[in-house]
Ligand binder design. Structure first.
Ligand SMILES: Cc1cc2nc3c(=O)[nH]c(=O)nc-3n(C[C@H](O)[C@H](O)[C@H](O)COP(=O)(O)OP(=O)(O)OC[C@H]3O[C@@H](n4cnc5c(N)ncnc54)[C@H](O)[C@@H]3O)c2cc1C
Length: 346
């Protein structure tokens, strides 16, 4: 591993001052992603390995889940286990708690933090391999376009880099219109999670909209409207320790049986969490029944443009959308439910 200096501030202000005073310093939270990159020496002309790490773990203000007016504040250092186990999240923001519970393994969920989870780097094998200098490291091409791209590459909006956004929580948080709070040298700012993630077209080198010296301090969730239900579902190569081949988070607000608002957000299939707006349009304004869910699932994958070897993700994603909608609406596979003409699997 490349040797680094470790500095441990006690407050957000001190952390920001340290980052500003040490250009190129990295932010260290649980270390489950960052230390792996340091050990594997993942670097390139535009990706230097940090020589200084600012350790956030001693900043108590970044921990915990609290209410702030009409919003729930999730501190950036809150662990994924805490998110998965929190009774409020489990009952009101079910997809968020479910997504946290699906990450990696218990050890990773105990160490991994919300801030680090949202800022984790892509899982593309070319990016992670020290001998490939891909676009993300300052190289001149995406090796996955013609190379190996069966698992962790895009079927929506791919190119110039074909990575997929790896986080399970991001689609779930976006389904609840989450906002990210960031601290930096000019002070504090908030931006919608959907704008926090950057597409490689905007900037192939970075996945998040953090300026130099900035760090994530919290994610904020607005109270969902009454009648909102949600679910998260994910497919992976094997059951444990695996990133999503595709994932789906849905949040549906029902009013007298009719869908007033729908959010359908896909993970693992595009360089940023992908909002399936076509599916939302199918759902909104109607009473969801089996036919509606099937049409929504079809609409969710309409714009897919797979690479040579990952077209299977289209059917996979379609199935996950139907499954997530069925679970959110309380209709387990193979059961009849709701007011509509349900029959068979959803
Ligand atoms: C074997 C394995 C399996 C995994 N499986 C899954 C999975 O199934 N699903 C999934 O979604 N994820 C999975 N992950 C990823 C895991 O969720 C992340 O590694 C973890 O959440 C990162 O959190 P951390 O606190 O350890 O971050 P760190 O490793 O400390 O940091 C990660 C990145 O975020 C930056 N960072 C950290 N905190 C902040 C902050 N507050 N503000 C700004 N930047 C910050 C760091 O500088 C670094 O670039 C897996 C990881 C591993 C190693």
């Amino acid at each position: 591993m490349k040797a680094f200096e470790l500095v441990s501030p006690r407050s957000v202000g001190d952390a920001v001052a340290l980052l500003a005073g040490k250009p190129g310093a990295g932010v260290l939270a649980g270390g489950t992603d960052l230390l792996g990159l340091q050990k594997d020496r993942v670097q390139g002309p535009s990706l230097p390995l940090p020589g200084v790490l600012v350790n956030l773990k001693r900043v108590p203000a970044l921990r915990g889940i609290v209410k702030e007016g009409e919003r729930i504040v999730l501190g950036a250092l809150t662990t994924l286990s805490q998110l998965a186990d929190d009774p409020l999240l489990r009952s009101r923001f079910t997809a968020v708690a479910e997504a946290a519970a699906e990450v990696g393994s218990p050890q990773l969920r105990n160490m991994g933090t919300l801030g680090g989870h949202l800022c984790q780097r892509p899982r593309c094998a070319y990016f992670r391999h020290r001998q490939f200098v891909c676009l993300k490291k300052g190289g001149d091409r995406c090796h996955a376009a013609e190379g190996e791209h069966r698992y962790y590459h895009a079927i929506f909006r791919g190119g110039p880099c074909h990575m997929v956004h790896p986080s399970d929580l991001a689609p779930a948080l976006q389904a609840f219109d989450a906002t990210v709070r960031v601290a930096g040298p000019p002070g504090e700012r908030e931006l919608p999670l959907a704008r926090f993630f950057r597409h490689p077209e905007e900037d192939p080198l970075r996945e998040v909209a953090l300026d130099p010296g900035e760090l994530v301090t919290a994610v904020l969730l607005p109270e969902p409207p009454p009648g909102t239900c949600s679910a998260f579902t994910k497919a992976r190569v094997r059951q444990g320790w695996q990133f999503a081949l595709a994932s789906v988070a849905v949040a549906i607000t029902l009013e007298q049986g009719e869908c007033r608002q729908a959010r359908v957000i896909l993970g693992g299939v595009a360089p940023t969490p992908y909002r399936a707006a076509g599916a939302e349009t199918v759902l909104e304004g109607v009473q969801p029944d089996e036919r509606v869910l099937a049409r929504a699932a079809d609409a969710a994958v309409e714009a897919a443009r797979p690479l040579r070897d990952n077209a299977y993700k289209i059917d996979l994603t379609r199935g996950l959308v139907r499954q997530a909608l069925g679970r959110a609406l309380g209709v387990p596979p193979g059961q009849v439910g709701l007011a509509g003409p349900w029959s068979g699997d959803v």
